[in-house]
Design a protein around this ligand. Sequence first.
Ligand SMILES: [Zn+2]
Length: 245
Amino acid sequence: MTGPDHLDLRRAVIAACRALNRRGLTPGRSGNVSVRVPEGFLITGSGIAYETMRPEHVVAMDLDGGYRGAVLPSSEWRMHLDLMRTRPEVQAVVHTHSPHATALSCLRIDIPAFHYMVAVAGGPDIRCAAYATFGTAALSRAMLAAMEGRSACLLANHGVVAVGASLAEAVARAAEVETLARQYWIARTLGQPVVLDEAEMAVVLARFRSYGQQRQENDPHAIEMPVRRDQPRRANRRTTRAGPR
Ligand SMILES: [Zn+2]
């Protein structure tokens, strides 16, 4: 008998679930994870404890909402399906009930640009989606609207959705949203945080887009690089000169 297909990706989904759980982002059995495959996507099964989850508990779904096997997909399969269907750049989706972000979602407020890292969700704020009952197509529609031009959002009275170009990126983004929510909560208990204006967030967003890439000459938003001392002189000059030669 052969094992389930995409075994490595199934194991990666389980590893992502356990990482989220270890970091306290998915209390109890909350949260679910999916990753894109050529036939559709793989998603965590419904109501299975992360400690006992095995590769066959990760369910294969197609982009028309069908699934294979005896295990039911997560009750939030619709959100994963709709993101995979409408956002071709999305390779992975993470949904959590992380405590601080969920608490903010109960106030039904967007997280403003109180900190530049809000740009991690792709825009000048992290929106909170309109409320709809869990596991419904209405919730998925509300989520898609809040995700317009974003890679993460809050779900009113519920939790967080984050996407990524990889499982690791989606997990990291969900964790960052929780960190931001906690920082915003602390700041709000002390007073009214100063929110960065649109112009500054445009600069931050441009920097996020160029972050980690090779420095482009003449890019006004590129991260300023320190001088590396142990490189050959030619290479050193290349990376530190501001203008074209
Ligand atoms: Zn949920």
